[in-house]
Design a protein around this ligand. Structure first.
Ligand code: FAD
Length: 294
């Protein structure tokens, strides 16, 4: 549940992620918009099952161009309306116009959505970048300038974004982007040292905004290996080989155990929360949460 706070005689629910982070470590879950009715029912069931863990917030990814924003809008506004926890909308800017983004932010504000994850997004099939935006930092400025006072998050890549020219410039662009935002959430990674190094490098640049590590339980090793290839995340071969050799039911438990171990070491290293990539399934996330000191 969002944390209740008393202001005068009014009980306010804390829903802005920047305020939730100030209250102590968060536990959050990421979903993607379903594409058919079966998948929509699966997501609904997953939300029901994860509600028992009282998530600090959840987030919903969005596609680049086309109807990518619309599907995210419908899911996020539905969660904010019907569920006892806030939902953050992922918002990509590549391929979009300033006018289109401004209209969408107006819609979010009037639906009571107060959290936006501002992202560049990836042009489909490596096509040329079109629209009014090139980098996420340009979108952060637009979201910040909106009168709704959104809490704004951005993406961080512990192992360096694959399009970065080098590590130093990646960190400098990230520190500049983050200085305009409230917090970052990371791409998935498997070695806690990568997270610690990212935080140290940001601190060296004078940036101390909260960076929430994104943790991916390896419930589907083949697909996650493919995502890792695209993101530049290093795959621990021994873990993946062990998980690949297990039956599906055993794999979920083993994947949850290794993700819980990683999450706990990140919390012990000072992470301000854990963001779990659920792949729209609840089993692993429930098992992970039960093993954490949150
Ligand atoms: P940016 O911050 O713009 O960075 C992209 C690259 O440009 C980096 O190499 C950076 O160093 C460089 N750069 C930044 N500013 C400058 C500058 N001024 N000059 C030169 N270079 C610069 N994708 C989706 O399509 N939908 C989603 O819902 C989604 N959710 C995500 C959630 C999380 C937590 C994360 C970590 C990623 C997510 N992504 C999503 C992926 C993301 O869109 C891609 O990684 C994308 O390629 C980069 O997005 P960014 O916001 O990090 O971009």
């Amino acid at each position: 549940m969002p944390t209740p706070h008393r202001k005068g005689h009014t009980l306010l629910l804390v829903e802005r992620i920047v305020d939730l982070l100030a209250d102590g470590p968060t536990l959050s879950f990421e979903f993607f918009p379903p594409t058919d009715e079966v998948a929509a029912k699966q997501l609904d069931d997953t939300l029901d099952e994860l509600a028992g863990l009282s998530p600090s917030f959840v987030s919903v990814t969005c596609g680049v161009g086309g109807d990518g924003h619309d599907r995210t809008h419908d899911i996020v506004t539905g969660i904010c309306r019907d569920r006892p926890f806030p939902a953050m909308a992922h918002l990509t800017c590549v391929g979009h116009t300033r006018q289109g983004v401004a209209a969408l932010l107006d819609d979010y504000a009037s639906a009571g959505v107060v959290n936006i994850l501002a992202l560049a997004g990836d042009p489909p099939d490596g096509s040329a970048i079109s629209g009014d935006f090139r980098y996420a930092s340009e979108l952060v400025e637009v979201v910040r300038a909106h009168p709704a006072d959104f809490s704004v998050g951005v993406a961080a890549h512990p192992e360096v974004h694959p399009r970065s020219v080098d590590r130093d410039s990646d960190r400098q662009f990230l520190a500049a982007k983050l200085s305009q935002a409230d917090f970052a959430i990371t791409q998935f990674f498997f070695d806690p040292a990568d997270y610690v190094q990212l935080c140290n490098e940001l601190a060296d640049l004078g940036c101390r905004r909260p960076v929430i590590p994104g943790v991916m339980p390896v419930i589907w090793p083949k697909s996650i290996r493919r995502f890792a290839d695209m993101n530049g995340s290093t795959v621990p071969e021994a873990l993946f080989a062990r998980l690949e050799s297990l039956l599906a039911s055993d794999r979920i438990t083993a994947a949850a155990e290794s993700a819980a171990e990683l999450s706990q070491s990140l919390l012990d290293a000072g992470a301000p929360g854990i963001h779990l990539y659920t792949l729209n399934r609840s089993e692993a996330s429930i098992q992970i949460a039960e093993q954490l000191s949150l």
